[in-house]
Design a protein around this ligand. Structure first.
Ligand code: GDD
Ligand code: GTP
Length: 423
């Protein structure tokens, strides 16, 4: 039997995702029509060996999280639990803290996922790869190629290609180490928790007592990347599974739009029936478009490529939407145009208005390039042109232009804006 753990973080994470993460915990923000971590759970449900998924984080266990878990349990017939950390215990502190729950029922091994990655999760292959290696205390780490410059924003790995052993690991190095990066998907054999992490935890306790930090807020916090993986590299017990499949991080609105595109391309290959079909009676569909069954779209609208319309979205006559996510309950009135934007829940965009952002794409001339989610502002304190985001229940009047802007929830917009944060 196998298990899975998804590290969902907590409310102080996902800052680059504001204002969208003010309304929903980032891990359940919808990408390609379903919450971000539902993609992880769906992948787990396809692997017969995986019987249980634990979400570890420090969000309050709100109605929203509760109803997501209830829905996912029913839909995927998996045991799914939320294990709540008392504070940010880091990427490995929660694993150690909840070791008894994770190891109950004596799983052979368990997957660990970062919640904010988009991937088509070849879990059966990874499982067989992990089983093919020897050793009680082993870790498999899923990796992909990045460009030289972008690699330094991730965990970097050096691999012995003959044995697949990870010989070196550096988290977000300052100078180039390797173009092979950590995808935030791992497999652990139980003894890693029982032995190696237990030892790291014990050292922490000693250090904090010696340094008089016994009262510090989170003495149990452990960083997986720097305290476990870096130490494990070169031990002959950490193996690299390389994937050439789609992969990306979801840190900012721009990377969510890109992840939406990647997931829609996976749907095109694996379940094309969920994508909108071209139909002579309209609407006009360009490329990959996902329309929730409850959405209503005027036949004269033009949608795509890379568009997702959520539950109960209404799209009027002559509306154009491209490279955008429109969240549930939003209404795009006749002849408005929405490009490179995330339209928040229950927003309204008036007739003939134009809401437009600047798309961010991986560098098309650099193989393996990914979107880097940098800061929102440049050195002069100006907003860097990017995807436009309308927070929940924003109401845009007719004939307004909003360009490269971030609009906080519940605003009524009656004036044009460009490169602004509307507070
Ligand atoms: N439960 C819990 N508790 N989860 C946490 C905590 C915590 O205290 N801190 C972070 N996480 C979760 C986040 O929600 C996210 O899913 C994951 O752990 C990693 O988050 P970050 O700590 O923000 O790291 P990162 O995304 O910048 O980098 C990590 O992911 C990259 C791939 O996307 C590293 O693992 C890199 O090495 C890796 O390349
Ligand atoms: P580039 O700027 O060179 O990328 O041109 P483009 O037309 O390919 O891209 P743009 O992002 O400007 O527009 C994307 C799609 O939206 C195109 O199919 C346009 O025809 C359409 N479009 C752009 N502006 C409007 C508008 O104001 N109304 C409507 N209905 N469609 C528009």
């Amino acid at each position: 039997m196998w298990k899975a753990v998804i590290l969902i973080g907590g409310p102080d994470k996902g800052t680059r995702f504001r204002p969208l993460s003010l309304d929903v915990p980032k891990p359940i923000f919808p990408v390609a029509g379903i919450p971000m971590i539902q993609h992880h759970i769906e992948a787990c449900s396809k692997v017969p060996e995986i019987k249980e998924v634990n979400l570890i984080g420090f969000f309050h266990y709100t109605e929203m999280l509760k109803s997501f878990i209830t829905m996912a349990k029913q839909k995927y017939s998996l045991s799914i639990k939320y294990l709540s950390e008392y504070g940010p215990l880091g990427t490995a502190g929660g694993l150690y803290h909840f070791r008894d729950q994770i190891l109950s029922g004596t799983p052979e091994a368990f997957f660990v996922f970062n919640s904010d990655v988009c991937c088509n999760f070849p879990l059966s292959d990874i499982l067989h790869f992990h089983q093919s290696k020897n050793g009680d205390n082993r870790i498999t780490i899923v990796a992909t190629e990045a460009t030289h410059s972008e690699s330094m924003s991730y965990g970097c790995l050096v691999e012995d290609e003959n044995t697949n052993e990870a010989t070196h690991y550096v988290e977000k190095p300052e100078t180039f180490v390797s173009s092979l990066i950590n995808c935030g998907v791992y497999v652990f054999t139980p003894d890693v928790l029982r032995c190696y992490m237990a030892e790291v935890f014990r050292q922490h306790q000693e250090e904090s007592l010696e340094m008089g930090m016994g009262d510090s807020n989170f003495p149990d916090a452990i960083k997986l990347e720097t305290e476990i993986l870096a130490g494990y590299a070169g031990s002959g017990k950490m193996f690299v599974y390389k994937t050439k499949e789609i992969w990306g991080q979801i840190k900012s609105a721009a990377s969510a739009i890109h992840a939406n595109k990647l997931y829609l391309s996976v749907y095109r290959r694996t379940k094309p029936e969920v994508l909108a079909k071209k139909n002579p009676d309209g609407p006009i569909i360009r490329g990959d478009v996902f329309i929730h069954e409850s959405a209503s779209v005027d036949p004269t609208a033009v949608l795509g490529p890379n568009v997702t319309l959520g539950e109960n979205v209404e799209i009027g006559a002559g509306v154009r939407v491209s490279n955008s996510i429109v969240l549930s309950g939003a209404k795009l009135n006749d002849h408005c145009c929405v490009l490179n934007t995330i339209i928040g829940w229950k927003c309204k965009v008036g007739e003939w208005s134009r809401v437009e952002g600047t798309a961010q794409q991986p560098d098309p001339n650099a193989p393996y390039s990914k979107i880097i989610s940098g800061q929102l502002f440049n050195e002069d304190g100006r907003l860097i042109p990017s995807i436009t985001v309308l927070g929940r229940e924003v109401d845009v009047a007719p004939e307004i232009i909003i360009l490269n802007s971030i609009v906080l929830p519940n605003k009524n917009i009656h004036a044009n804006s460009k490169n602004q944060i509307i507070l």
